[in-house]
Design a binder for this molecule. Structure first.
Ligand code: HEM
Length: 523
């Protein structure tokens, strides 16, 4: 079988090369099959050829005898890397007992790193490119270039975000974020059951839209809900095929393009509205207009911000409340902290939103140590990011191995966050490990970069201030408005709480039976 396939190898390559311009070395217009019907037949047939070709014949790795190289079919490795990324990396490190291994994902080499040295390397090496790492192998943001809309080059996205989320702008938007939170929570009512991964997530989405666009859009709940649906549609279109064969004109590509076009049209209306308005504000769209960006670039930037924030921020807020609902001592501590903050800065007789708005940004950022520990522990426990980079600086020798020019480099946050040499009993949720209480984890301070939740080294998260504030405002308002119990569909405390899907590359989605919050209004 294998021998006959070897014989067919050049033939298959020729066929692929003839049909698809994107993999052809040189254009040959006369041989291009252009009709739709021909394509509809040829695409699946060629897809099968590609599959068989890679499954059986793709080179495993350059040196299958070394322990560094994982010798399995690149197609199987690609599948594992797409569907079971976290498990595949952790299991392979466990099995090999090494701190570094290389594997092939279709045409790409990926070097996975582990341990303190690996961590320091990936976060500090200047030749490891962040953008290139995520562009091909990371979760895919909606991009206007996918619908053939040109934008200005915006290479320093991180710097732009730091500027957009500088202190005075965040201070201006805070009262409106609180208004969003209060309005939503009042709608939830009393003695009701809500699904946090829907209701809380949707609130944080609205807050992110407010942070990232303009107040007209954030105030329009219908338009915000539509945008949320479109992000979900775009996310759901991500499949192994769309990932590794982005040019393949299948349903996933069409869905992604449809969703991106609809997002573009929706956001265009608001950019246009703000451009025509005579009253300027400090909202992101107005700031970008004032900085001279064209409409497409403004939309591309806002899509990038929403994408960067939306899955993580909403998920961290939801998981924080799940953990608090399970750890009564911490729920009480954080609720007391919120009450003390309000007492300190606001008059008790004022309405809720005004009391919360009276708390200065510095106090939200610095005077909530218990909520800080809980959020940090939530991120340690739940976020299973696989950091990605691409080596663009030539071959690099690391110990006995070489990371070649063009290789991708991957590091699983779980290697630090769920490591029992750094965090005692890492699968138990215990915010005290970060506190100065006696049962803090002493080993945390003895290693480099033990906590990576907000990035580290050359790429710290520039959205941290905005994201942390959204989470704190939503959680604080929730705790001051409600007593809540976690319940399952039958109304009882769940036998097992939901767990984060560590293999999901789009964020820590819950797996297991759904759980709900049973709410009792306090005020
Ligand atoms: C809870 C929410 C968030 C979490 C947990 C989070 C986490 C992270 C992490 C871990 C990294 C580093 C990734 C790596 O090294 O490979 C990062 C980078 C980044 N984050 Fe966030 N982030 C959040 C919210 C946001 C928001 C709201 C924005 C935008 C406003 C944002 C924009 C970015 C950008 C642009 C980078 C890349 C920085 C660079 O290129 O140097 N993030 N984030």
């Amino acid at each position: 079988m294998k021998q006959s396939l070897v014989f067919l190898q050049p033939l298959m390559l020729r066929l692929i090369v003839l049909i698809y311009p994107s993999v052809r070395p040189e254009p040959r217009p006369s041989l291009l099959l252009t009709s739709m019907s021909a394509n509809m037949i040829l695409l699946p047939v060629t897809g099968c050829f590609i599959f068989v070709f890679w499954l059986f014949l793709g080179r495993s790795t350059r040196n299958p005898t070394s322990n560094f190289d994982i010798s399995r079919s690149p197609m199987v490795l690609a599948w594992l890397f797409f569907t079971k990324r976290y498990d595949f990396i952790s299991d392979t490190f466990k099995r090999t007992g090494q701190k570094m291994f290389r594997f092939r994902v279709l045409q790409y080499n990926v070097v996975a790193l582990a341990g303190e040295e690996g961590r320091k390397l990936i976060f500090s090496e200047k030749n490891f490119n962040f953008r290139e790492g995520y562009r091909i192998l990371g979760a895919q943001a909606p991009r206007l270039q996918d619908i053939n809309i040109k934008t200005e080059d915006n290479t320093n996205f991180a710097k732009l975000i730091l500027n957009l989320f500088r202190k005075e702008r965040v201070v201006n938007v805070t009262p409106y974020l609180l208004e969003d939170a209060e309005r939503r929570m009042d709608q939830w009512g009393n003695d009701v059951k809500i699904n946090p991964f829907e209701e809380m997530h949707s609130l944080v989405f609205q807050m992110t839209i407010r942070m990232a666009t303009c107040r007209e859009l954030a105030d329009n709940l219908e338009a915000t809900a539509r945008l949320s649906e479109l992000f979900l549609l775009h996310e759901q279109a991500l499949s192994p095929i769309s990932f590794f064969l982005p040019w393949f004109p299948g349903r996933a590509k069409q869905t992604k393009q449809k969703a991106t076009t609809a997002m573009f049209e929706l956001l265009s209306r608001y950019v246009d509205l703000r451009r025509k308005s005579s009253v300027k504000s400090s909202d992101v769209i107005d700031t970008l207009i004032a900085d001279g960006y064209d409409d497409s670039t403004i939309i591309d930037i806002t899509l990038g911000i929403i994408f960067a924030g939306v899955f993580n921020t909403g998920m961290v807020a939801c998981w924080t409340l799940i953990h608090l609902g399970d750890k009564f001592k911490w729920k009480a501590k954080v609720a007391e902290e919120v009450a003390a903050l309000l007492l300190n800065y606001a008059s008790e007789s004022d309405p809720t939103q005004r009391r919360f708005s009276a708390v200065p940004l510095d106090a939200w950022e610095e005077e909530m140590p218990n909520l800080d520990f809980v959020i940090k522990e939530t991120m340690r426990f739940n976020l299973a990011v696989i950091a990605l980079r691409r080596n663009l600086g030539g071959d690099m020798v690391v110990g006995e191995n070489t990371i070649r020019d063009g290789d991708f480099v991957a590091y699983s946050f779980g290697d630090a966050h769920l490591n029992d040499q750094i965090y005692s009993d890492p699968f138990s949720f215990d915010p005290a490990r970060f506190s100065d209480e006696e049962h803090q984890d002493k080993s945390i301070s003895k290693v480099s970069l033990p906590f990576l939740g907000w990035g580290a080294g050359r790429h710290p998260c520039p959205g941290m201030r905005a994201a942390k504030l959204e989470i704190k405002l939503a959680v604080a308002m929730f705790l001051s408005k409600f007593d809540y119990d976690i319940v399952d569909a039958s109304g009882k405390y769940p036998k097992r709480l939901p767990r984060p899907d560590r293999n999901n590359i789009q964020g820590a989605k819950p797996i297991g039976d759904p759980c709900y919050f049973k709410l009792q209004k306090k005020i």
